[in-house]
Design a protein around this ligand. Structure first.
Ligand code: SF4
Length: 469
């Protein structure tokens, strides 16, 4: 008999990756519409945890009005003779995995940013209480991580209590992040990888180094090391660094080999510290997106909680769509907030000297970690709402990016006279034909054409079906 026979919906890996659209949602917890939400794991002494206890503070699922969004806190306390505080982050990240194992439940993001939906279908099947969700968590956690001897779970939906605990949770996350600061990539033999998000982004592999926190911002190098030790067959694994092929871009032979294998051959090279060329892949759980703005030759960064448009006229959600899915997209880069505090943050692209726009809430969180002379030179939503305003702000404040513009202008000015000597021929009328390589079929994904910053004008475009030979 299944260990979930008393649960009215299916539970298992097979349900991971299920997307629940708003019209199919019974209730939603967290997400953009709700300011206070969190999930937190704390390690306690053995006598402080009542094994299997599930508590709901505030209305339970069945008491909530359908088709609305609610605050939620998930607070899990665990105990075990071998459990250490160091493991809290990785145990907490498993909430994502195990919630997604539940038929009709979708969990996205992490920590203070969780977003959970329960489908109408599963609610109608009888999944109408957090007591059931707690039972599922208890059994999965203890089965998959036997190091957990006792577990008790509290779900909080009372808005006042969620807010109160939210502040406590933020302090706990900061304590964890601070513990992991200071260690350098060069001081360790191995990095760690995580493929937990492959259920949503099958080719995504997080590479976690001392100076590059995971994209979700929930797993540091220390957390990953602890996770790989207690659960060697789990989603977090050791990566031998191998040879350092480029210390500035952050390319390692060991990373390339492992990422290639874990991405099913899709991703062959990774530059850990660049958003161009072979950037680290982005799943969908990243806390923020760094996006290249060609008009100013710099990066904007926007986080998930920012509801307005960025200066390029797009909100986080649209930029996230262009970035996510386990791909390497030139100039679009999923990152964690903690990585913005790293001395290696986008180091191959110029680091903070290349960052031109950041929401004020994020600037406030990282300002102690960015070079002092840049703090008032990086624009926020208060300074620039579009690219024109951004350009003016950067020029007025003397942002280092202005030097890049000047250098580029000089190079163009030198190149121009030479070009003028030989008048370019008038652009000929071109008939272009794109032929798919023989043998490629839609079954293997066809082919992709990506045009960036391209302006295409055509009188007429004809697409002609190729004749069978
Ligand atoms: S974002 Fe990366 S580290 Fe975080 S859970 Fe997903 S794969 Fe793992």
């Amino acid at each position: 008999m299944s260990m979930f026979a008393d649960i009215p919906v299916g539970v298992g890996e097979v349900y991971s990756g299920e997307r629940i659209r708003w019209q199919d949602t019974h209730v939603e917890f967290g997400g953009l519409r709700v300011p206070y939400k969190f999930e937190l794991v704390k390690v306690r002494g053995i006598s402080e945890v009542e094994d299997g206890k599930v508590t709901v503070i505030g209305p339970d699922i069945k008491d909530l009005e359908p088709q609305k969004s609610y605050p939620l806190g998930i607070f899990i306390e665990v105990a075990g003779s071998q459990l250490e505080e160091e493991l809290e982050g990785v145990i907490e990240r498993r909430i994502h995995e195990y919630t997604n194992y539940i038929e009709g439940m979708m969990h996205l993001n992490q920590r203070y940013d969780i977003w959970i939906r329960l489908s109408k279908r599963s609610f109608e099947k009888g999944l109408n209480s957090f007591h059931m969700v707690g039972k599922i968590y208890s059994r999965l956690f203890k089965m998959e991580l036997p190091i957990i001897e006792r577990i008790q779970i509290t779900f909080i939906t009372d808005p006042e209590k969620v807010k109160e605990m939210y502040d406590y949770a933020l302090k706990e996350y900061e304590k964890r992040d601070a513990r992991a600061r200071g260690l350098k990539d060069e001081e360790v033999d191995a990095f760690y990888g995580c493929t937990l998000c492959q259920s949503f982004a099958p080719t995504h592999v997080c590479v976690i180094t001392p100076q590059r926190y995971s994209n979700c911002g929930a797993i540091s190098w220390f957390d990953a090391r602890a996770s790989a030790r207690i659960d060697p067959k789990g989603p977090v694994f050791r990566i031998e660094k191998g040879e350092c092929l480029d210390p500035v871009k952050g390319e390692y032979s060991g990373v390339n080999e492992v990422v290639k294998m874990k991405s099913g051959g899709e991703i062959g090279r990774v530059w850990l510290y660049s958003a161009f060329g072979h950037p680290h892949t982005s799943c969908g759980c990243f806390e923020a997106v760094a996006f290249y703005i060609p008009e100013v030759d710099g990066f904007g960064i926007v986080h998930r909680g920012f509801a307005e448009n960025t200066p390029i006229g797009l909100p986080f959600s649209k930029l996230a769509d262009s970035t996510a899915g386990g791909r390497q997209v030139d100039g679009f880069h999923g990152i964690s907030i903690e990585y913005m505090r790293s001395p290696k943050f986008l180091q191959a692209d110029g680091g903070w000297e290349r960052v031109v726009w950041v929401p004020s809430a994020i600037l406030e969180r990282v300002k102690d970690f960015i070079p002092k002379h840049l703090i008032d030179k990086v624009a926020t939503e208060k300074d620039a709402k579009n690219v024109e305003e951004l350009k003016n702000f950067l020029a007025a404040r003397g942002h280092p990016i202005v030097k890049r513009w000047e250098e580029k202008a000089k190079v163009e000015a030198v190149a121009r006279p030479a070009e003028e000597k030989v008048a370019p021929p008038a652009a000929p009328e071109v008939t272009a034909e794109v032929v798919a390589p023989v043998g490629i079929s839609a079954a293997v994904g066809g082919f992709r054409i990506i045009l960036k910053n391209a302006k295409i004008k055509a009188e007429r475009v004809k697409i002609i079906r190729a004749k069978e030979k």
